[in-house]
Design a protein around this ligand. Structure first.
Ligand code: NAD
Length: 494
């Protein structure tokens, strides 16, 4: 869909109660900036292509300015008492909550997700700031029992320095705060390069960081095409850590770019979650979980249930109920309160859904409901039955509202199939048998396992994957490790 003219600005912007939250500039060293060459990127609403605004199309030079500002700001920020950093983070958190409606509206307009999901994401994003505001006070020193005579041995956790975050469009606020709150709490400064499609959630976060009194240079936003900006962040020796959330393909590229300066890299990459339903479950509950686990964010979620395995004796009943629940999902403009499924982000996302459905169909899968484009960037919520491991959808992320279901007979068989993936982010397991639950969750090669539930994320828990789903963890006290270095001091005091 092409952008409409600037005269036809998205009408829903008028619902913002604080228009200053729509910032059309980058934020570097506490200043709102344009690109040196004044070029801009247009941002449109995926629901109807209406024009939301522009952000600067910055490049290498502006990125270097942001890195210099973050380096300049680092010593003073790191030297603050932990409770002082904590207080600034706490004010930032409170401002997110106070401005939740506006932030959610901006997110829905640029990302398309239903407004209730956007509100949930603002709470989720704010929860990381609150958590790390507390954790800032607990970056403790550890003492070691000395193995050498007359020595005092200790380990300190120090902030790594200037850090960078590169974030995706599917969670435009939370993927920033999950990184930035940990980095700032540890005493680091940060440059964020948000996804091209969703910069306004990022610039609104910067506006609130400024209002919260976070000093100039501590939190910076550089908007622009990915190659020059992210390339510079990866290649610059003053950036000591880079945290990326996005596809495995781009993560691999950034790892190689960061290798030149031996940067600490953390990677939250793709997922292809198995969702295993044993025959002892409550069927209605299993179906409700399968709807939530697959269709949140219209299926554009790294935790989406992408391979749904159902034990054969309940397979047909499960399909009947799941098809009905999927057909009942209300599709439309995310700003309408009743809408459960919004548009996809790009034409290529719609094309991928079509490709996966066509490939599966050609290889013997049944389309039980949906299966088609609905105009614009909409794809009908779809149930594919009798999926097999020869189909593309078995091994590739669809990143759309297509639920592939397949039967299984034995525990060993389903564990082998679930682990048959290059990804290892999250897995779901539904059974009432506690012994089986323990055996299967031990056998699953995943960073996170959800047993008889779907919502598992949150600030206190370590989010992250194994295999090609990533490196490192975000959230929890482990999230601080990505932004700190250990310093060992061996002292012979005189
Ligand atoms: P993406 O990899 O295309 O983009 C992620 C970010 O990288 C964006 O800011 C993008 O502009 C930038 N980018 C793209 N190409 C680049 C390049 N050549 N050089 C430098 N930067 C580049 O991913 P996406 O489409 O935005 O997000 C979807 C992917 O993210 C899915 O694979 C999903 O599973 C994954 N994801 C993972 C998590 C997690 O926490 N593990 C969370 C959300 C999304």
């Amino acid at each position: 869909m092409t952008a409409q003219s600037k005269e036809q600005r998205c009408v829903s912007l008028s619902q913002l109660s604080d228009l200053r939250l729509l910032r059309e500039h980058a934020y570097i060293d506490g200043r709102w900036c344009s690109a040196d060459n004044l070029q801009v990127i247009e941002v449109t609403n995926p629901f109807d292509g209406s024009f939301i605004g522009t952000v600067p199309n910055m490049g290498v030079h502006e990125t270097r300015k942001a890195i210099a500002a973050a380096r300049e700001a680092f010593p003073a920020w790191a030297a603050l008492l932990p409770q002082e950093r904590s207080a600034a983070l706490r004010r930032w958190h409170d401002l997110l909550i106070e401005n939740k409606e506006d932030l959610a509206l901006l997110m829905t307009l640029e990302q398309g997700k239903p407004i209730n999901e956007a509100r949930g994401e603002i709470d989720y994003a704010a929860s990381f700031i609150e958590f790390y505001a507390e954790e800032a006070k607990r970056v403790n020193v550890e003492n070691i029992t000395s193995h050498l005579p007359g020595r005092n041995m200790s380990i300190k956790r120090e902030p790594i320095g200037v850090t960078a975050a590169v974030t995706p469009w599917n969670f435009p606020c939370a993927m920033i705060t999950r990184k930035a709150a940990a980095a700032l709490a540890a005493g680091c400064t940060m440059i964020v390069r948000p996804a091209t499609e969703t910069p306004f959630s990022a610039t609104a976060l910067a506006e609130l960081a400024e209002r919260a009194g976070i000093p100039a240079g501590v939190f910076n936003i550089v908007t622009g095409d990915p190659n020059p900006v992210v390339g510079e962040l990866c290649g610059h020796h003053d950036v000591r850590a880079l945290s990326f959330t996005g596809s495995t393909e781009v993560g691999r590229l950034l790892l190689s770019q960061g290798a030149q300066t031996i940067k600490k890299m953390s990677m939250e990459l793709g997922g292809h979650a198995p969702f295993i339903v044993f025959d002892d479950v409550d069927l209605d509950e299993a179906v409700a979980h399968a709807v939530n686990a697959k269709f949140a964010t219209s299926g554009q979620d790294c935790l989406a249930a992408n391979r749904i395995f159902v034990q054969r004796d309940i397979y047909d009943d499960f399909l009947d109920k799941y098809a009905k629940a999927i057909a009942d999902l209300r599709v439309g403009n995310g700003i309408e309160e009743y809408v459960e499924i919004g548009p996809l982000m790009h034409d290529r996302a719609v094309a991928k859904c079509e490709e996966h459905v066509a490939d599966a169909r050609a290889k013997g899968a049944r389309v039980v409901t949906g299966g088609k484009k609905m105009g614009g960037l909409f794809f009908a919520p779809t149930l594919l039955a009798d999926v097999t491991d020869e189909m593309k959808i078995f091994s590739e992320e669809t990143f759309g509202p297509v639920a592939p279901v397949m039967p299984f007979d034995t525990e060993d068989e389903v564990v082998a199939k679930a682990n048959d993936s290059e990804y290892g982010l999250a897995a779901y397991l539904l059974t009432k048998d506690n012994d089986r639950a323990a055996r299967v969750s031990n056998a699953l090669e995943y960073g996170m396992v959800a047993l008889n539930c779907v919502k598992i994320t949150g600030a206190p828990v370590p989010f992250g994957g194994v295999k090609q789903s990533g490196l490192g963890r975000e959230g929890s006290r482990h999230g601080l490790e990505e932004f700190t270095e250990l310093k060992y001091v061996c002292a012979a005091y005189k």
